[in-house]
Design a protein. Structure first.
Length: 101
């Protein structure tokens, strides 16, 4: 890998790490991820029963996590089933680990 390519990879990794960090920048999102990590999947309504927040608030947090790629959703009308995006979750863990070393 030449120096130019190496710099591009470093910048790409930094941007991805920042996107993950921003999504993790709220305690509710961290709690949602911890809950989803213990489950195979979960419906929005289940999260509303667990967390003392309005469904619209939970949905907004899920949207942020999904936009960052940390979770994925599957539409089963009228519900949406969410689960951890295992590939991106593994990437996030690796990026954070490298950052803190």
């Amino acid at each position: 890998m030449n120096k130019s390519t190496e710099n591009i990879v470093i910048i790409d990794n930094a941007e991805q790490l920042a996107r993950f960090a921003k999504a993790l920048g709220h305690p509710t999102r961290i709690a949602i991820l911890k809950h989803l990590e213990k489950q195979s999947c979960c419906f929005t309504g289940d999260l509303v029963d667990i967390f003392p927040l309005a469904q619209s608030t939970i949905s907004q947090h899920l949207k942020e996590l999904k936009n960052a790629g940390l979770i994925q959703g599957e539409v089963n009308p009228p519900k949406i089933k969410y689960c951890i995006n295992k590939e991106n979750w593994k990437t996030a863990k690796g990026l954070f680990q490298n950052f803190f070393e």
